[in-house]
Design a protein around this ligand. Structure first.
Ligand code: GLC
Length: 456
């Protein structure tokens, strides 16, 4: 009897640990270090969808094109001008420290010669060669970290559509998408296990062949953590490479969060990376001319690092492997700006909490410099509040111009600092000017709701 109770208790404890792990994977600072310091990464959505210039995978899922016609794009995927060295140089020039390439999107077409399926660019397209290996090599040559995107869900694998997600249980069978769910509504766990085996085998190939620094997952939402057996997957991935970093699209079993398309208004809890497109499309879509301006992108970058995140900026190369001029221009301008303002970007941490300055800020690693990003031009002075330190000097980053300043107000005897008024610069950067405030000693911040000054 005692044995039975013991077993039940053990089972309960082990279920509990799994449940806790869903939202909380212990933070591992040594493993995450390079990522925390990286600030900028380049996301690359490259696949057969670039041939017609249509939506990656979603276009057939949403019935904008038949599955057959979608797959027929394979015939035009040449990669004939694919030059990963040039990509890597451009990313480096942009100021990126890593990149993430779609090795397999939801359509299931692998960019490497996977042994698990015929559906890969080596066997199905005129490219006829592995596209992942040369990318990894070129990145490493430039000192960039290698990220590989992989979609858990695979709408080309018939075994994938063999079980129903708990979230879909109430959706009428006829409304379920046959690419995702068993059309007859009947679950077949034998086939699902077969799919999981395929899924693990592809990931093992990627992990062992390319040793990525980062695995960027996507498409976890159609199944639960339990169906994916995500804790088990996490363990395997870290066994294959204890240094690999995993994003959180693992039903909570990853290392960092991935807000998408809108800069977070509220700082996400924990480590994070914001991914965004340069126009409105992830992959190459020549009809989409709705590009963000370099200034808009640089502003988003400043807002992201100000809240302690990384920016993962997306490009969508053409089927031949070349990158559109607009995207090249954006990356080059980002590079010019980053080079000039490097000290405000790279060796920094998240900036001041809301309320001290009207705009994004960062703080040097040693806490002795505050960087103010002037998203808007000031009318007369730039104002900075709540700084108790004495100021050594204030200068414009990248030009060395010094700016006059004075402090006014406050109640020094109670340690309530006055407002720091800084003269506005005479010259502005064409996209985003940054002002450095050099402090005496480490930042000493007044961040308080205030009250009556009872001693005068
Ligand atoms: C979404 C989309 C996918 C895209 C990804 C990038 O998950 O489904 O198409 O690749 O975002 O973050």
């Amino acid at each position: 009897m005692n044995k039975i109770i013991g077993c039940i208790l053990l089972l309960f404890i082990s279920l509990q640990t799994h449940a806790q792990k869903v939202d909380k994977v212990p933070y591992d600072s040594a493993r995450m270090k390079w990522f925390e310091e990286a600030k900028l990464g380049i996301f690359i959505h490259w696949g057969i969808y670039a041939v017609n210039g249509i939506g990656e995978s979603w276009s057939f899922y949403n019935k904008e094109i038949s599955y057959k016609d979608y797959m027929a794009q394979s015939k035009g995927f040449t990669a004939s001008k694919y030059n990963p060295e040039e990509w890597a140089k451009l990313f480096k020039e942009a100021g990126a420290n890593y990149a993430v390439l779609t090795t397999k999107h939801h359509d299931g077409v692998a960019l490497w010669n996977t042994k698990q399926s015929e559906l890969n660019v080596v066997k199905q397209t005129p490219a006829k060669r592995d596209l992942v290996g040369p990318y990894c090599e070129a990145l490493r040559k430039q000192g960039l970290k290698v990220g590989l995107y992989f979609s858990h869900l695979d709408w080309s694998q018939p075994d994938y559509a063999s079980v129903t997600s708990p979230g879909e249980i109430n959706t009428p069978t006829e409304k379920r998408n046959p690419f995702s769910y068993p059309p007859q509504g009947k679950d077949d766990t034998v086939r699902w296990n077969k799919f999981l085996n395929f899924h693990r085998s592809q990931l093992k190939e990627l992990s062992l062949q390319y040793k990525p620094d980062l695995l960027w997952f996507d498409g976890d939402w159609e199944r639960s953590a339990a169906q994916w057996r995500m804790w088990e997957l996490r363990d395997s991935l870290l066994k294959w490479d204890p240094k690999v970093i995993l994003n959180a699209r693992m039903q909570g079993y990853g290392d960092y969060l991935t807000p998408e398309q809108g800069v977070p208004i509220v700082k996400p809890g924990g480590m994070w990376e914001f991914c965004v497109t340069t126009n409105d499309s992830w992959g190459y879509q020549p009809k989409d001319r709705n590009f963000k301006t370099p200034r808009q992108i640089i502003n988003m970058f400043a807002e992201t690092i100000s809240m302690g995140g990384n920016l993962l900026l997306d490009i969508g190369p053409k089927a031949d492997g070349t990158i559109e001029d607009e995207q090249v221009k954006i990356l080059k301008e980002l590079g010019r700006w980053n080079k000039k303002h490097a000290e405000a970007v790279y060796p920094t941490v998240a900036g001041l909490p809301f309320g001290h300055f009207y705009g994004p800020t960062t703080i040097s690693n040693d806490s002795t410099v505050i960087y103010l990003f002037l998203i808007a031009q000031p009318w007369d002075n730039i104002t900075l509040k709540g700084i108790r330190n004495k100021v050594k000097s204030i200068r414009v980053v990248g030009t060395g111009d010094t700016l006059a300043y004075y402090k006014n107000g406050g109640a020094s005897w109670l340690n309530i600092p006055g407002v720091l008024y800084i003269s506005k610069p005479t010259k502005y950067d064409e996209n985003l000017t940054v002002v450095a405030v050099d402090l005496e000693g480490k930042l000493d911040l007044y961040h308080d709701a205030g009250g009556a000054v009872e001693k005068n």
